[in-house]
Design a protein around this ligand. Structure first.
Ligand code: GLY
Length: 278
């Protein structure tokens, strides 16, 4: 049985399951990597998600995005890329058309232009309003501490991602505008292999939530390494419990299972398909 799982971000307030189910159906291709990339592109292009168009703004008003793709034995990522429409496509091109695994900052932008991606401003009025509100709350002293997870997640759910098992092959993709209230140059978990994303011969995992905590736990690799030792959903729940009240979520596929688990509202879609039905 093939499977494609999408998530729209832990802590996302909106109910987006219907639109995500549609994206899953449209993204489902014969190839696992192209399916997860297409699913993420759909979400990057929808300003309701915190990735691509509609990404969170840094406190200085800039938008820096992270994205990554992974298949067993290969990886590609962009970190703090700016002024492109679909960071996940650039991450794929880093994997396929560069000698590197990760490109960051102005180097990632230059590479994107070289690959033909035109200049594009992903800023939306809503993203600016969210950022202005954060700054106002900061000035008013309403933030109990810098690291207050629910405050960071209050303004927009975090990150989009997809994992797939198609024709017995696995793939994962992730894209994010980062959490609210971050400094320019901050890097979250999404482009960090083993933290926000992992994919190997036994499955694929993508995480969402407060990136700093997800990196500390190396969450995706922690789940991946336990695949086969217990039901997949149980493994994900146990690893998420270790985060206490910090907002976090994961989607995962293994050879026979697939699941979406979060300690916050997290819109997601799971599409299972017999090969003969495709
Ligand atoms: N989970 C995405 C981030 O923290 O940037």
């Amino acid at each position: 049985m093939d499977a494609l799982v999408l998530h729209g971000g832990a802590g996302h307030k909106s109910e987006l399951r219907d639109v995500m189910q549609k994206y899953a159906e449209e993204a489902f291709k014969n190839d696992a990597l192209e399916s997860v990339i297409q699913a993420v592109v759909f979400m990057e292009d929808n300003p309701l998600f915190n990735a691509g168009t509609g990404s969170n703004m840094r406190m200085d008003g800039s938008i820096q995005m992270d994205a990554a793709v992974m298949v067993p034995g290969d990886f590609g990522a962009v970190i703090n890329i700016e002024n492109v429409k679909n960071p996940v496509l650039v991450a794929r091109d880093v994997m396929h058309h560069s000698p590197h695994l990760i490109l960051a900052g102005d180097g990632a932008v230059k590479f994107a232009r070289k690959m033909g991606y035109p200049e594009y401003n992903p800023a939306t009025e809503k993203a600016r309003e969210r950022r202005d509100k954060v700054i106002q709350e900061l000035r008013n002293g309403k933030i109990p501490s810098y690291y207050h997870p629910d405050f960071l997640m209050e303004f927009l759910g975090d990150t989009v991602g997809a994992v797939a098992r198609i024709d017995e092959k696995f793939a994962a993709a992730v894209s994010t505008g980062g959490t609210s209230l971050t400094l320019r140059g901050r890097v979250g978990d999404s482009p960090i292999i083993g933290a926000g994303i992992y994919c190997g011969e036994n499955g694929a995992v993508v995480a969402t939530g407060i990136g700093e905590e997800i990196i500390r736990h190396m969450l995706s690799l922690a789940i991946y390494n336990r695949i086969g030792t217990a039901p997949l959903e149980e493994i994900c729940r146990e690893e998420i419990e270790k985060f206490g009240d910090v907002p976090v979520g994961v989607i995962a596929v293994s050879i026979e299972e697939e699941c979406a688990v979060s300690n916050r509202n997290m819109p997601y879609a799971i599409l299972r398909m017999e090969e003969r039905n495709r």
